[in-house]
Design a protein around this ligand. Structure first.
Ligand code: SAH
Ligand code: SF4
Length: 395
């Protein structure tokens, strides 16, 4: 007998109440969590702090993946660690290298989900663009990631894991005997501008960034970490207090009418509310200025009036305005503004006293540029018409 029309139900009582027993991954544990975990497996409390320091340096400074490599720990203790813990990273499924040297990694995380991580080499720095979610629950109409339905938050380990993977691929772990800061860093900056809205995965992003900033390990200064948000206003103050990194905001429009269409979270927290939170950020986080990201969409938000309105809106906020020429993706409902229009826009901003760099698209040939990321296995793409209709662009 078929029961095709019966509702599908799941008896929640049959779901497991606890996680399956198994080794705990060290990657992604905060110092406090690692300390507690070490004590729980029998490390004497008096020694715990020192053990945390030792393991931390092995994992995050030397890039060790095996407890056997931890030669300053007693053999028995290494065996105990191996019994209860792992040092596990997500897996690189594929790597594409652009003609401009940009590297795009497709990274598989637990459950078979995939995210993308992008390494962008520049003359004076190397920036890793990392993902915080699989897909994104928000639906900005110009963003490829926003068309991906599948979503889950990345764990702190999966976020830090992207940094460790990139350092593996770049061959950037120090050699034996080498101290900190002896070589210029290949991976010197982090931007949380990959897939996902980092402020909707706050705790994991915070823990991961605190690990990346820790001076005994990866040791990146908070000024070299930039978190980009679409404008999750209630979390902005927390970001200042609990992470203290640089902030970028996806501004993209100068009226609520247009921003509602481009960045729909604006319907919840509008431009005025967002600006109020941004005004408080530099002081609260002790960071110099906020980056306003502004994607240039032909005929939508790129007029000289927009440029002038932008300048007057952000008056009083220490700011840099990053103009991003729109990066097209299959089915995208917008076009990139003409170059002359972008330059005119930049000029108005510059004359008002703000730095207004035009972000050169990087890795376009491998779909690694801003807003083009979308896991290759997630093919359920909305049609051009659906996207246009949602953005209120349909005729
Ligand atoms: N969710 C966060 C961070 C990821 S997006 C945020 O929205 O800020 C990183 C930046 O790329 C954002 O400024 C985003 O608006 C921009 N972006 C998205 N799609 C784009 C596209 N197709 N072309 C250019 N920039 C895009
Ligand atoms: Fe999400 Fe950012 Fe893309 Fe908007 S721009 S859909 S917030 S990833």
């Amino acid at each position: 007998m078929t029961t095709a029309s019966a509702p599908i139900t799941q008896d929640v009582l049959t779901l497991p109440r606890t996680l399956p027993e198994g080794p705990t991954n060290i990657v992604g544990l905060t110092r406090d969590a690692l300390r507690a975990a070490l004590i729980a497996v029998g490390t004497p409390e008096k020694q715990a702090k020192m053990r945390v320091n030792q393991i931390w340096q092995w994992v995050y400074f030397w890039g060790a993946r095996d407890f056997d490599a931890m030669t300053n720990l007693a053999k028995d203790y290494r065996a105990l660690l191996a019994q209860h813990f792992t040092i596990a990273l997500p897996e690189i499924v594929s790597k594409q290298v652009s003609m401009d040297g940009t590297r795009k990694y497709l990274v598989r995380i637990a459950g078979g989900h995939e995210v993308e991580t992008v390494y962008i080499p520049e003359e004076d720095r190397g920036t890793l663009c990392i993902s915080s979610q699989v897909g994104c629950t928000l639906t900005c109409s110009f963003c490829h990631t926003g068309t991906q339905k599948l979503v889950r938050n990345l764990t702190a380990g999966e976020i830090v894991g992207q940094i460790l993977l990139a350092r593996d691929d770049l061959g950037e772990w120090p050699n034996k005997g080498e101290g900190m800061g002896e070589r210029p860093r290949l991976l010197s900056n982090i931007v949380l501008m990959g897939m996902g809205e980092p402020l909707y995965n706050f705790d994991n992003v915070r823990d991961a960034m605190l690990i990346a900033m820790d001076g005994e390990g990866i040791s990146l200064s908070r000024r070299r970490i930039t978190l980009s948000t679409s404008g999750v206003v209630p979390e902005i103050a927390r970001c200042a207090q609990e992470i203290g990194c640089m902030l970028a905001v996806s501004f993209h429009a100068t009226t609520d009418e247009v921003r509602d269409k481009l960045v729909p979270i604006n319907k919840r927290w509008n431009i005025a509310t967002l600006l109020e939170a941004l005004r408080a950020y530099p002081k609260a986080s002790n960071s110099e200025r906020i980056t306003f990201e502004y994607v240039m969409l032909k005929g939508v938000n790129d007029s000289p009036e927009d440029a002038r309105r932008l300048v007057s809106l952000i008056k009083g906020i220490p700011a840099k305005i990053n103009l991003i020429p729109f990066n097209e993706w299959p089915g995208s409902p917008y076009q990139r503004s003409d170059w002359a229009q972008i330059e005119k826009f930049a000029d108005i901003i510059y004359k008002a006293g703000y730095a207004s760099p035009i972000r050169t698209p990087r890795g376009e040939d491998i779909m690694a540029a801003c807003g083009q990321l979308k896991s290759a296995t997630e093919r359920a793409r909305k049609s051009r018409a659906d996207i246009a209709a949602e953005a209120g662009l349909a005729k």
